[in-house]
Write a protein that binds this ligand. Structure first.
Ligand code: FE2
Length: 351
């Protein structure tokens, strides 16, 4: 049996300070130091099949959208009219040939150029050319599209660390999206992420999952930018696979006949949304019922975590708990994630 090598260091490994989970100043620091600096998963490129197809998202208060422009290129922009800051698109997926701001009717081409400013009036100082949409970097890797607000960030494939090597054996491009699911919970994004990157809580919180996997052989490790969780399945269930978390807020789980992705989206210091997408290799009608059951099982596991995350959040905020010890056997992922947060925030917040 391959157990991860355990270290017997005498240096205590402890969780982040409780205040980091509710302090608005920490959240503000994270917005700037993490979410404005990292590549953010937007969705499968197949969502942008035709010119004009778009997905508008928000991440920690930053609104942006990705759109397939007429030339065929994928572009991303801040979802923000340069006139008076109105969002151009409602959050979600859609199609448009021209982007029209509903506030004052300004229109933009899908490449971001300002086309018309109806009834603006004549002004010698006003130059349309310098009032196009604000571009955001956009790249696609193996059918998955990402955007990044930081012009100085490393290219996507470099940012993804060891993810490309880990997914090399899996034909993820051949998995087509079948469905999606959205969730919201009253906790900090790190409260949920701490939960996602460990399997230690599976016996306590997920009885169904616990019965389906061999917990004595559950492994959590990390490589560059990725936490890797594996557990051998006991029978032919959906669970036997590879569960990955990718810095700072994406997850990707591969199962025998498909995968799911999720985005862990902070919307406030105590509010988090999850956007799951489910993909399968074979989507023939005869398999749809089986796939629906896989998706429902998956969503059930996700929902099982909400109650405990919300109660943990309340205790983190109540002011009694300061921090706690992390398990060398099971909480390597938690330690890795929290170290990344510490490094990113650096001097932004006090320890
Ligand atoms: Fe869980």
């Amino acid at each position: 049996m391959n157990q991860p090598v355990q270290s017997f260091s005498t240096t205590p490994v402890r969780s982040l300070p409780a205040a980091w989970y509710w302090d608005p100043a920490v959240y503000e620091a994270e917005r700037k130091a993490i979410f404005a600096k990292t590549w953010q998963f937007i969705g499968p490129e197949a969502e942008f099949a035709k010119a004009g197809d778009f997905r508008a998202v928000q991440v920690a208060g930053y609104r942006l959208f990705v759109i397939r422009e007429r030339s065929g290129a994928l572009k991303a922009f801040h979802n923000l009219c340069p006139h008076r800051a109105a969002p151009l698109l409602s959050e979600g997926d859609g199609h448009c040939d021209v982007l029209r701001c509903r506030y004052h009717g300004w229109t933009f081409a899908t490449d971001g150029r300002l086309m018309a400013t109806p009834n603006f009036g004549e002004a010698g100082w006003f130059d349309k050319k310098s009032h196009g949409l604000m571009p955001v970097r956009c790249e696609t890797w193996r059918g998955l599209t990402f955007a990044c607000l930081d012009d100085n960030a490393v290219p996507l494939v470099e940012f993804l660390g060891d993810l490309p090597a880990l997914l090399e054996p899996y034909p993820i491009e051949t998995f087509g999206k079948l469905d999606q699911a959205e969730f919201a919970m009253n906790c900090n994004w790190k409260t949920y992420t701490d939960n996602f990157v460990e399997g230690y809580h599976i016996p306590g919180i997920h009885p169904g999952l616990n019965a389906a996997v061999d917990m004595t052989r559950f492994e959590t490790t990390h490589q560059r930018g990725v936490v890797i969780m594996k557990a051998p399945q006991k029978g032919g269930s959906i669970y036997g696979g590879l569960w990955l978390w990718i810095w700072p807020n994406m997850t990707l789980s591969v199962y025998p006949d498909g995968m799911n992705t999720s985005r862990i989206i902070p919307t406030a210091e105590d509010r988090t949304e999850l956007r799951y997408e489910f993909y399968f290799a074979d989507r023939s009608p005869s398999l749809l019922e089986k796939h629906r059951a896989t998706i429902e099982t998956n969503c059930q596991i996700v929902r099982e975590d909400f109650g405990i995350c919300e109660e943990v959040q309340q205790n983190l905020k109540a002011g009694i708990y300061r921090d706690g010890p992390l398990s060398p056997r099971h909480e390597d992922g938690v330690q890795y994630f929290q170290d990344m947060v510490r490094q990113s925030l650096g001097d932004h917040v006090g320890q």
